[in-house]
Design a protein around this ligand. Structure first.
Ligand SMILES: *Cc1c(COP(=O)(O)O)cnc(C)c1O
Length: 354
């Protein structure tokens, strides 16, 4: 099989998604399965569907187009504000989008009416992480604006924390969101369908809170694909951590001096961490690099240690593990490594069901 190769075990993805769906259901929270780290792969959307997620979310409209072409019956939500220049594609390929700008909403309204459709809107509110969202004080006024437009249907509100500044989605933040939902409902005199509390970083809150309030949806990607939560990158109990793995081939194994010699400047990608040890050590090179993956996010097998990487070479200390030229080495990936590998044209993708 082709290497480097990103292997995605769909049975493990499905199991992870099902466990989260089943844990959250009794709390009244639905799962929007986020496919962006899988580039909207139809195979992943299908695994989410089997697991019982209630919809698919992605930040790129092209990815939602892929999900749609793959035949998934799940409703699609664009989870990044549409670009004003792409609203026609957004009303075609997404039923709903997350929004925070009136200018974009006006363009969406016009595009939806042109297509004789009604586009769903979830208004994002800024609760301190300083990424997307409008000020809480402006939410009701914008909700009323959306409500008046014939091409738009206000489905609910949402927030996103823990992505830009690492602000924790705790009980107080979620209570603020619930209070805002109540305020919007009071002014519109109708209930909202969606109160979207956040991403995988919300799982610890959802598991421990005595009261989820009005939050009825989480948008989950990392937890399903990698089994980790983004706040401390800790494993979540019961989830597979190895649903996604990277496989790459050894192209050189040689005994080398533990230390470089000569006058030292920077490496190809800036200052280089100094190597430890002395004498001679076995070094292996794997044919994968920064054009394929984020090397800092790779976990090698026990006995191998990542020493560094350039565009096309991953250098490993192999003193404690017998590897030979032509061997295939398997790595675990973090979110950054996963996204880079999924996006690289040099990495073959293997979605498989064992
Ligand atoms: C990426 C993203 C998510 C999913 O985040 P995970 O940490 O992968 O669960 C949810 N909401 C928004 C707005 C996102 O951009």
């Amino acid at each position: 099989m082709n290497v480097p190769r990103l292997a995605v075990d769909l049975t493990k993805i499905e199991a992870n998604a099902r466990l989260l769906v089943d844990r959250l259901r009794p709390r009244g929270i639905r799962v929007l399965g986020v496919t962006k780290a899988a580039l909207g792969a139809p195979e992943v959307a299908a695994a989410y569907e089997r697991a019982g997620v209630h919809g698919v979310g992605d930040s790129r409209i092209q990815n939602l187009g892929r999900v749609r072409s793959g035949g998934s019956p799940l409703a699609r939500t664009l989870i990044r504000s549409p670009m004003r220049s792409e609203v026609a594609a957004v009303v075609r390929d997404a039923a709903t989008s997350l929004n925070s700008e009136l200018a974009v909403l006006e363009a969406l309204d016009a595009a939806a009416r042109r297509a004789r459709m009604v586009h769903g809107v979830v208004l994002m509110v800024e609760l301190g992480d300083l990424r997307e969202g409008i000020e809480a004080d402006d939410l009701v006024a914008l909700a009323i604006q959306v409500e008046r437009r014939k091409g738009l249907a206000l489905r609910g509100i949402g927030t996103n924390l823990a992505c830009q500044s690492g602000v924790v989605p705790d009980q107080s933040k979620m209570e603020q969101l619930s209070d805002l939902a109540a305020a919007v409902e009071a002014s519109l005199e109708r209930p909202l369908e969606v109160v979207s509390g956040g991403n995988s970083a919300n799982l610890a809150w959802a598991a421990s809170t005595p009261d989820v309030g009005r939050v009825d949806e989480l948008r989950l990607g990392e937890a399903i694909l990698l089994g980790t939560e983004p706040l401390h990158r800790c494993p979540i109990a019961g989830l597979h951590l190895d649903a996604c793995t990277l496989h790459a081939e050894v192209i050189e194994v040689q005994q080398k001096s533990a230390q470089p010699w000569g006058t030292l400047g920077q490496g190809a990608y800036g200052p280089v961490a100094s190597r430890t040890g002395s004498g001679r050590r076995r070094q292996a090179i794997v044919a994968v690099g920064r054009q394929d993956v984020d090397p800092d996010g790779l976990t090698p097998p026990t006995g191998l240690l990542v020493l560094g990487a350039s565009s096309d070479h991953l250098v490993l200390d192999a003193d404690d593990l017998g590897v030979a030229v032509g061997d295939c080495v398997s790595f675990g990936l973090d979110y950054s490594a996963l996204v880079r590998a999924m996006t690289s044209p040099f990495v073959a993708k293997d979605f498989f069901q064992p």
